[in-house]
Design a protein around this ligand. Structure first.
Ligand SMILES: Cc1cc2nc3c(=O)[nH]c(=O)nc-3n(C[C@H](O)[C@H](O)[C@H](O)COP(=O)(O)OP(=O)(O)OC[C@H]3O[C@@H](n4cnc5c(N)ncnc54)[C@H](O)[C@@H]3O)c2cc1C
Length: 466
């Protein structure tokens, strides 16, 4: 929904410079082009009217008030990995949190206050120095802001649940410019909504997380031949394993990676990322069923937990991508065969990723947070990457066929893996009562939908704040 008054004069933006402690960057300013660069290349042409690198919650509040009063589109960015390009708008104001990297550990109480300019990797490395960890995703450059607000599914999901299951409190600037502390007792409705509801409710400037004692793990990468039998068995073993093991299986064509024997280049492989956070002396036993599948490459070893992130260090995303998120409840040989068939038909580099869920994530009641997919057994993400935008219809047709063949009827989408797919898909991320509750809370805290450059939850028109 475009705002009415997008034509704010340059001198009005310059008012911001008088009140902001951080940086205000307009086109032509040194640093503006760097500041508008995000992970995905397909959004690099976009030019926000002004980018405000906020220094603290008060700065964020000033920008929120300015955008609301002038009727300007407002976008919010932590790590810049939005698949939909929501954190790099064309025109409007962008609040960029990347200067806010404060991190305070309370080691005896196993908690940390983290500013939302931190990436998952930065937080994990710092926490690792204390032998502690909070679970985020699989990639170090992803921002803790977007990842946490959408749920957060990573290497600790089966042992400790989603990232939001370790979220104890947050500091958030709401649409009225107020800086609020939210937790189970203060604004519990808002605290519920930000645990899965994405960036719809305000600018989160700090999170308070629970930390777990995780020093050494057994984990890393295992590459296996991707036959239907091996894929199905891998998933079955990952599900049968104790909660201490979380796995991410990427089925894809083997690229000419130096550690992959040449005869497997161009053939389908499973590139599995695995983390076992139990007693390291059990590692051999835990990984035996996977090693029985004759890995082509075995890089699983005992390592400090933060090292697992080294496997997925990424400078920048692909120039073009089509992707789809879905949940599955059955994964047998037929499903594995469908996966192989469709990947073999892809005319560009394509990946089908499967994460076995369950464990701690599934033990949290479904209505405890705004993430509503806790009973689903597997999360899938299918994607194809390519160079030229003209190829999009071809790869989209392939993707639609693949997803239709995998579809088991129950729908569902993980909000953090949604691209720009329209309102019906946002509804799939928030089924049933979750949607009603989210729209009511949105109506209370953001009745004019100031925060609409996101996977948008429109405000209902009644309700009082708690
Ligand atoms: C390479 C890659 C790997 C990924 N791996 C995983 C994974 O393993 N597990 C997983 O769960 N997800 C994963 N994701 C998805 C990721 O969680 C989302 O893309 C997430 O939105 C990125 O957060 P960000 O802060 O980097 O992105 P941004 O683009 O900065 O933010 C995305 C959106 O989140 C909202 N937002 C961000 N920060 C704030 C804030 N401080 N206050 C209010 N709103 C905010 C805004 O609406 C913004 O448009 C991955 C994404 C990529 C690109």
């Amino acid at each position: 929904m475009p705002r009415e008054s997008q034509h704010v004069a340059a001198q009005e933006y310059s008012q911001l410079r008088t009140v902001i402690k951080g940086q205000v960057l307009e086109p032509g300013d040194a640093g503006y082009d760097d500041a508008r660069t995000v992970f995905y290349g397909k959004f690099h042409h976009r030019r926000p009217a002004v980018i405000v690198k906020v220094a603290d919650a008060n700065d964020a509040s000033q920008v929120v008030n300015f955008a609301r009063e002038h009727g300007i589109d407002l976008a919010v960015r932590s790590g810049g990995h939005s698949l939909a390009g929501h954190s790099n708008p064309d025109g409007g104001i962008l609040i960029d949190l990347s200067l806010m990297k404060g991190l305070e550990f309370d080691v005896p109480n196993r908690t940390a206050w983290a500013e939302t300019g931190l990436t998952a990797g930065e937080y994990t490395v710092a926490a690792g120095k204390h032998g502690l960890a909070t679970g985020f995703g699989d990639t170090p450059s992803v921002g803790i802001g977007g990842l946490t607000l959408g749920g957060g599914i990573g290497f600790l999901v089966r042992k400790h649940g989603l990232t939001i299951d370790d979220l104890l409190a947050a500091e958030i600037v709401t649409a009225d410019g107020e800086i609020r502390h939210v937790d189970a007792n203060n604004h519990p409705d808002l605290f519920w909504a930000i645990r899965g509801g994405g960036g719809n409710f305000g600018v989160v400037t700090r999170f308070k997380f629970r930390l777990h004692e995780i020093d050494k793990i057994v984990g890393g990468m295992l590459i296996l031949p991707a036959t239907p039998d091996v894929i199905a068995e891998f998933i079955a073993q990952a599900e049968a394993a104790p909660d201490e093991l979380s796995t991410i299986a990427n089925v894809m064509v083997g690229a000419p990676m130096p550690f992959l024997p040449e005869e497997h280049h161009g053939k389908l492989i499973i590139m599995a990322l695995m983390a076992y956070t139990g007693d390291v002396s059990n590692g051999e036993k835990i990984f035996a069923p996977f090693r029985a599948l004759s890995p082509l490459v075995d890089m699983v070893q005992t390592m400090p937990y933060p090292e697992i992130y080294k496997l997925m260090e990424a400078e920048g995303g692909p120039p073009e991508e089509v992707a789809r998120t879905l949940f599955l409840d059955t994964f047998d040989r037929d499903v594995a065969e469908t996966v192989v068939e469709h990947l073999q038909r892809a005319s560009t580099f394509a990946v089908a990723q499967f994460r076995v869920l369950g464990g701690a994530m599934a033990r949290v009641p479904v209505d405890a947070t705004a993430f509503a997919h806790r009973s689903r057994r597997y999360m899938a993400a299918i994607g194809a990457v390519y160079e030229r935008a003209e190829e999009t219809p071809t790869h989209l047709a392939w993707l639609n066929d693949f997803v239709a063949a995998l579809n088991q009827g129950a729908g569902g989408a993980y909000v953090n893996f949604l691209s720009d797919e329209g309102q019906a898909r946002v509804r799939e991320a928030y089924p049933g009562a979750t949607w009603e509750r989210l729209t009511a809370i949105k109506g209370r805290y953001d009745p004019t939908n100031l925060f609409h450059l996101n996977q948008n939850i429109p405000p209902a028109t009644n309700g009082a704040r708690s």
